[in-house]
Ligand binder design. Structure first.
Ligand code: SF4
Ligand code: SF4
Length: 424
């Protein structure tokens, strides 16, 4: 069977499921009134229109005509607010894959979907690669040739990868904690190639609480490919991760991640968007936790160390869309407020606009900035020099728009335990 035939059969089977959830829609328009993209641009007619309403008229055997679908950022707000359980974002992601089945996926989208490959290429040459990617002329050229906006918040490559540090420094130093309590860490591409300090903070906090940290083989969770309509490539990565993680899940180990989008992929997107509904996928999903969710569960069981040093600070906190889609509340706030002296200012805004790779695209950069404006305005008004957010691309976008130094909550916890010094 050719790849095209397999892809066609896959889309056909998931089409029937999308059709089923479309029939649950009662056209209340709640999703449209909450959609952050529809709020700022006429180019996107909104989730009800491109989602369940259009779905009823689509044929699985024809090319989708909904070009406006491309303006859906995939933030997932529509699915979260729909009172009738319509999986609008998931429906849109599948329809977008259909849209790109018969027309070429732009090279720009394929590149943005390969954060792991970019990291592998850029990280060993970080000083040079960073100098190139921060050069105004190169960025202008990249915008003209590829369509990646010249001001989009590209992260800097880290010369030292998280895996390099973990294997070459942490394990070799003899300081790695060995314990009967074990936890598996899914670091994702951003921690490995761009922000290894987030992974180091996670390891420090987990070990401080008596856990031996296992770092298994893993590849990119696949979300950047999925959101750029490359379902085949995303499924390949998903199966690799499931194969690697399931043996730990079978042992009963919990799998924690510091990237809300990676953990959401493992918990939900593999099953609900890529339709990988195997026993192994379900087991991995069941054992996966966002790191703050995991730590808060420990706290609720009275098992989290609370030897926090005081930190006299008010922290603006943005809860990213991907985090809300976990349906686990806001564990970072509860954890941060356990640190004596810390006050959390939960910013009341839906979305920062970046939505993974959406805001990097030339034609969507301004939309993303307008989506995030209420958030940026509140952070600027707080006059805080630092802010906190669980998701890496959101941190990069907020830092770009406000100038604030951005931290993952686990970095603040590591600082409060006296394990690292953030110099704040
Ligand atoms: S998808 Fe849900 S929220 Fe949107 S119009 Fe239909 S029922 Fe209402
Ligand atoms: S996923 Fe986000 S941008 Fe797309 S339709 Fe839903 S709310 Fe709007």
């Amino acid at each position: 069977m050719t790849t095209q035939v397999i892809q066609d059969q896959l889309v056909l089977s998931i089409w029937e499921q999308a059709q089923y959830t479309a029939d649950l829609c009662i056209k209340c328009n709640i999703c449209t009134s909450h959609c952050p993209v529809h709020r700022v641009t006429d180019l996107f007619p909104g989730p009800k229109f491109v989602g369940p309403q259009a779905q009823r008229f689509r044929s699985p055997r024809e090319i989708s005509v909904d070009n406006s679908l491309d303006y859906c950022s995939g933030c997932g707000v529509c699915t979260m607010v729909c009172p009738h359980g319509v999986k609008v974002m998931e429906m849109n992601a599948k329809a977008r894959a259909r849209l790109y089945q018969r027309k070429p996926i732009p090279l720009r989208n394929r590149l943005l979907g390969r954060s792991e490959l970019l990291g592998m290429l850029g990280s060993p040459f970080a000083p040079l690669a960073n100098a190139l990617f921060t050069n105004g002329m190169i960025r202008w050229l990249t915008e003209q040739v590829l369509g990646i906006h010249r001001y989009a918040p590209m992260p800097l490559f880290s010369w030292e990868t998280f895996r390099g540090w973990y294997k070459g420094v942490h394990c070799e130093s003899g300081q790695r904690l060995q314990s009967n309590k074990k936890v598996v860490y899914f670091h994702g591409c951003s921690t490995n190639y761009y922000e290894p300090w987030v992974g180091k903070a996670a390891v420090a906090v987990l070990e401080h609480n008596g856990f031996e940290v296992i770092v298994p083989k893993q590849v990119c969770c696949g979300l950047p490919m999925l959101s750029n309509a490359e379902f085949g490539a995303a499924r390949k990565n998903a199966y690799q991760n499931i194969r690697s993680l399931v043996r730990y899940a079978r042992e009963g180990y919990k799998i924690v991640g510091t990237s809300t989008s990676c953990t959401l992929s493992l918990k939900s997107d593999y099953r609900h968007i890529l339709d990988i509904d195997t026993t192994e996928a379900r087991l991995v999903a069941q054992q996966t936790y966002d790191i703050c969710e995991f730590l808060l569960e420990l706290a609720e069981a009275g098992e989290l160390k609370t030897d926090f040093q005081p930190l006299d600070i008010t922290l603006p906190y943005h809860s990213p869309c991907q985090l809300k889609a976990h349906n686990m509340g806001l564990p970072a706030i509860d954890l941060l407020e356990m640190i004596p002296g810390v006050k959390v200012n939960h910013i009341q805004a839906d979305c920062c606009g970046i939505a993974g790779t959406y805001g990097y695209k030339k034609e969507k950069y301004q939309i993303a900035m307008e989506v995030g404006k209420p958030l940026f305005d509140q952070i600027k008004a707080s006059r805080s020099l630092v802010a906190v957010c669980d998701s890496e691309t959101c941190r990069w976008q907020i830092a770009h728009a406000t100038g604030a130094r951005m931290f993952h909550p686990v970095e603040l916890l590591a600082q409060a335990y006296g394990l690292i010094d953030l110099n704040i």
